[in-house]
Design a protein around this ligand. Structure first.
Ligand code: NAD
Ligand code: AHE
Ligand code: ZN
Length: 370
C-alpha cells in the first residue's frame, strides 16, 4: 500500500512529507493505522545526528496510538479494529529479560530494532523509487500507517482518545514509571527533578501520586514553572539565578539533599549535579535523559562510597503490554492528567514546526493528528 509519512532523509535536516510504499505485515507482524503521535525529545535527538544508532533515511516517531488494520500469519493476541499503542520496549513474555522481574528490557527484537529493520532483517517501508526507508525504535509513528511486531503493541480500550493516549507511548509512562517502578518513591520523600519538559512534568505527576512531601523542579527555562506547579512542583530553582554552587543550594533547600533525584534533560553535567544533590547515605539518582554519542557521566567515586546510588530507566521500567493498558485506565478514570501537557495539535505537514517549538521551549508536547 501507499501511505503518507514524514521522512528523515538525513541528519540535521527538516523531515520531508511524502508518499511512501508500505509492505503488508509478515509472520508475527501487524499493520496499524496511526491516528496520533507525540513529538518526543528523543526523536529530535536522533534527527540531530547525535544518536549513535541513528541511520537515515528513516521514519521517526515512537509515541503513537492507532488501530489495527491487518494482522500477519500467526498473530493471536490482536485482531482488526483493536486500538493499540506501539511499544519501543516490547514485551514478548518469553525471553530471559521478560522472565526476570528486575527488568523491562525485553531483548527479543532489540538487535534488529536498533538497526531500523523488522525482526526478519528487512524494512517494510520504501520510497516510491524502491529505495528502502528504515524503521525507528520499531515504531515509526511519523507515518500514517506502520508495521510492528505483535509483541510491540499494547491493546488498549476503545473509548480512550488517540490524541491524548499517544503520550502514554513514551512520555507519560517514562515519567510516572521512573518514580513508581524504578525509584519506588515512598510517601513523604523529598525529590528534585531536573528538566521540566514532557518527561520531567510526568516525573512530577508521579511524585505527587507517590505522596512526595517536597518536589523541587530545576530548569533553565522559566516558562516551564507554571505548568510544573500545576502538576505538583513545590519549589523551583533556575540554575542561572543561583549565586554560587547549585549542588549546595539544592542540598540546603531539601534539608540534606533529595531522597530521590531525576535527570530529564539528557545533559551529562546535569546528571552529575543530580547525583551530587541526592542525600548522603541513601539518595538515589535516576537518569532518564538520553545523552549524545560520546558523552560520558562523571563524579567522584566518593559520592557513591558515601551512600548515593546512580540508576537509569528506559520507558519508566514499564512492561508495555501489561502496564500501558492500565495507565490508559488511570487516565480515563481521572487518576492522572494528560490534557494540559498537550500544548499543540498539529497536522503532519506541520511536524517540523513542532520541533522548532520544542527547541524554543514554546511547547510541552506537540501531537500530530492524522
Ligand atoms: P523536553 O525538551 O520537553 O524537556 C527538556 C527540558 O530540560 C526543557 O524544559 C529544558 O529547558 C530543560 N533543560 C535543558 N537543559 C537544562 C539544564 N542544563 N538544566 C536544567 N534544565 C534543562 O524533552 P523531553 O521530551 O522531556 O525529554 C527529556 C529527556 O528525556 C531527553 O533527553 C529525552 O531523550 C529523554 N527521554 C528518555 C526516555 C527514557 O526512556 N529513558 C524516554 C523519553 C525521553
Ligand atoms: N539509541 C541511543 C539510546 C536511546 C535511548 O536510550 N532510548 C531509550 C528510550 S528514549 C525514548 O524517548 C531506551 O529505551 N533505551 C533502551 C534501549 O534499549 O534502547 C543510543 O545511545 O544508542
Ligand atoms: Zn520518547
Amino acid at each position: 500500500m501507499r501511505t503518507t509519512a514524514a521522512v528523515a532523509l538525513e541528519a540535521g535536516k527538516p523531515m520531508e512529507i511524502m508518499e511512501v510504499n508500505l509492505d503488508g505485515p509478515k509472520k508475527g507482524e501487524v499493520l496499524v493505522e496511526i491516528k496520533a503521535t507525540g513529538l518526543c525529545h528523543t526523536d529530535d535527538f536522533t534527527l540531530s545526528g547525535a544518536d549513535p544508532e541513528g541511520a537515515f533515511p528513516a521514519i521517526l516517531g515512537h509515541e503513537g496510538a492507532g488501530v489495527v488494520v491487518e494482522v500477519g500469519e500467526g498473530v493471536t493476541s490482536l485482531e482488526v479494529g483493536d486500538h493499540v499503542i506501539p511499544l519501543y520496549t516490547p514485551e514478548c513474555r518469553e525471553c530471559e529479560y521478560c522472565l526476570n522481574p528486575k527488568t523491562n528490557l525485553c531483548q527479543t527484537i532489540r538487535a534488529t530494532q536498533g538497526k531500523g529493520v523488522m525482526p526478519d532483517g528487512t524494512s517494510r517501508f520504501s520510497m516510491l523509487d524502491g529505495t528502502p526507508i528504515l524503521h525507528y525504535m520499531g515504531c515509526s509513528t511519523f507515518s500514517n500507517h506502520t508495521v510492528l511486531p505483535e509483541i510491540a503493541l499494547a491493546k488498549v480500550r476503545k473509548d480512550a482518545p488517540f490524541d491524548k493516549i499517544c503520550y502514554i507511548g513514551c512520555g507519560v509512562t517514562t515519567g510516572i514509571g521512573a518514580v513508581i517502578n524504578t525509584a519506588k518513591v515512598e510517601i513523604g520523600s523529598r525529590a528534585i527533578v531536573f528538566g521540566l519538559g514532557g518527561i520531567g512534568l510526568n516525573v512530577i505527576q508521579g511524585l505527587r501520586m507517590a505522596g512526595a512531601s517536597q518536589i523541587v523542579g530545576v530548569d533553565i527555562d522559566p516558562k516551564k514553572v507554571e505548568m510544573a506547579k500545576r502538576f505538583g512542583m513545590t519549589d523551583f530553582v533556575n540554575p542561572n539565578e543561583v549565586k554560587g554552587d547549585l549542588v549546595g543550594h539544592l542540598v540546603e533547600l531539601t534539608g540534606g539533599g533529595g531522597d530521590y533525584t531525576f535527570d530529564a534533560t539528557g545533559n551529562v553535567g546535569v546528571m552529575r549535579t543530580a547525583l551530587e544533590a541526592s542525600h548522603k547515605g541513601w539518595g538515589e539518582s535516576v537518569i532518564i535523559g538520553v545523552a549524545p554519542a560520546g558523552a560520558e557521566i562523571a563524579t567522584r567515586p566518593f559520592q557513591l562510597v558515601t551512600g548515593r546510588t546512580w540508576k537509569g530507566t528506559a520507558f519508566g521500567g514499564a512492561r508495555g503490554r501489561t502496564d500501558v493498558p492500565k495507565i490508559v485506565d488511570w487516565y480515563m478514570d481521572g487518576k492522572i492528567e494528560i490534557d494540559p501537557m498537550i500544548t499543540h495539535i498539529l497536522k503532519l505537514e506541520e511536524i517540523n514546526k513542532g520541533f522548532e517549538m520544542m527547541h524554543a521551549g514554546e511547547s510541552i508536547r506537540s501531537v500530530v493528528v492524522y
